[in-house]
Design a protein around this ligand. Structure first.
Ligand SMILES: Cc1cc2nc3c(=O)[nH]c(=O)nc-3n(C[C@H](O)[C@H](O)[C@H](O)COP(=O)(O)O)c2cc1C
Length: 222
């Protein structure tokens, strides 16, 4: 259980730390279906903050193009912000709507001591968010930053479709592993290790489901 407050600040953005809330998180599995009953969700925060990245072993990039409408990702951000030895950045808060001119050198510097890069985003049109994609285009460029080599890539995504939908027999006809092929290929291309994705299928905004999602994320970020 990590109950420490983190000193959230980021020289690249003028976003102060948002409120930290404590929550009771239990142990959880890897893939979580919606609707499961779990301990009640505690209060939420806007989660815009970016912790000090010095020496952080886990870099978390969270993105949502419509944060004001988000329920599920917002709940995940609360846990991600408090992950041990991790740096959390809310992409839209840090970078706004800018789709280019990221500071490639600064981002590469962040990768040096990192062991794991975590992307948290809602699946929209079976893809990354525009800002995450723009970040990869700009920072990873046409070639792979060598600092990524050997590091882990963990994808955390929420979907409207159910686990059944994401199956060969389901309405979509593709598994989530197949849908995530571009990121798996990107991991291969950059020399990263593609970790088993954490997928919240049929993501539901009821407090019991949110609590379960939070538990699962907490376990993976421990
Ligand atoms: C523009 C848009 C596109 C979406 N595309 C997909 C999709 O391709 N596959 C899917 O399973 N869900 C899709 N959804 C549902 C979202 O994934 C779901 O609402 C989201 O993960 C819930 O998280 P949030 O509360 O943080 O927004 C889409 C939703 C929107 C608004």
């Amino acid at each position: 259980m990590n109950d420490e407050d983190k000193n959230l600040s980021d020289g690249s953005a003028a976003h102060d730390a948002t409120q930290r809330t404590r929550r009771k998180i239990l142990k959880a599995g890897t893939t979580v279906a919606a609707g499961a009953v779990i301990a009640p969700l505690l209060q939420s925060s806007n989660a815009d903050a970016a912790p000090n990245t010095d020496g952080a072993r886990t870099l978390i990039l969270a993105s949502h193009p419509y944060p004001e409408r988000s329920v599920v990702n917002k709940a995940l951000w609360e846990v991600a912000q408090k992950a041990p030895n991790a740096s959390f950045r809310n992409m839209e808060s840090v970078f706004g709507n800018k789709l280019s001119s990221f500071d490639r050198a600064a981002e590469r510097k962040r990768y040096e001591q990192m062991e794991r890069l975590v992307l948290i985003y809602p699946t929209h049109w079976f893809n990354l968010t525009p800002l995450l994609k723009a970040y990869l285009n700009d920072v990873w460029g046409a070639g792979a930053p060598p600092e990524l080599r050997g590091k882990e890539l963990l994808v955390v995504t929420t979907t409207g479709g159910s686990e059944r939908d994401y199956s060969r027999e389901g309405s979509l006809g593709f598994t989530i592993e197949e849908v995530l092929t571009p990121l798996r290929a990107s991991a291969n291309y950059t020399g990263m290790k593609f970790a088993k994705p954490l997928v919240f299928f049929g993501a539901s905004g009821d407090s019991e489901s949110l609590g379960r999602y939070q538990e699962a994320l907490r376990a993976r970020l421990a």
